[in-house]
Design a protein around this ligand. Sequence first.
Ligand code: GUN
Length: 292
Amino acid sequence: MLVLDGKLAAAAVKEVLKAETAELVKKGMPAPHLAAILVGNNGASETYVASKVKNCEETGFESTLIRLPVDTTESVLLETIQSLNNNPSIDGILVQLPLPKHISEEKVIETIDPRKDVDGFHPSNIGRLVQGLPTFIPATPYGILLLLAHYNISTKGKHAVVIGRSNIVGRPMSILLSSNIPQGNCTVTLCHSHTPNLKELCLQADIVVAALGKPEFVTADMVKVGAVIIDVGITRVEDATAKKGFRIKGDVLYQDVAPKASAITPVPGGVGLMTIAGLLKNTLQAYQNNRG
Ligand code: GUN
């Protein structure tokens, strides 16, 4: 059984990006610049955004973190996005999700200039993804493709079961795995909360992508011997014995599933780190598209 180490694979991606950035700066060009907006102070979001900013620094990118209070109005947030859209020194914009309930995620995503939408969430970018046109691949599915590529895992002709149909992970992942791309060409089954025979479908899968956000949902009796298991879950589960008062759990019961798998991602240390690699690649892509 091969552990798909996201730390190693992300470091490899970041090394290349760092060298490309150093090359730009050496020529007197500005570094790529990512702007992140965080509304409120959700603990998990704080951690993710801090990690994104830190990874920008490590890669030589510029980053700007805009923190807005939890009671920020929708119109103030939309104006903030507009000013970033109009700022030529900003290459990529991300608004960390989830947002407070009084703000429409849909409106926020649609306000981001699609040319700076490094999360790949804008409807026009998702439309391009569906049609196989050049676009920004949402960071987590992109990270998974990069991880599969890093470990030379072949996907062509395989049956992939994706559990979860979110706009951020499950749905774009299902489209990418079925696309005619190097880490695609799978036959894909997209399962969700209304799928009655989930266990039977998972048992037929050569590749399982668990992205439903239910800790330890995928158990050993649901996976075929030799399957590739990609665990996207990162739920904080309260645990008084843990230093921070919680533990991070994936969607897969790792210790039971790992012995049956041919390859598996750990949590933490798997997909989470690859998400940031995907985001950084998109940011450099935006830079090259817009001012390269
Ligand atoms: N919340 C959870 N995942 C993501 C992501 O990939 N991008 C943003 N902006 N918010 C998220």
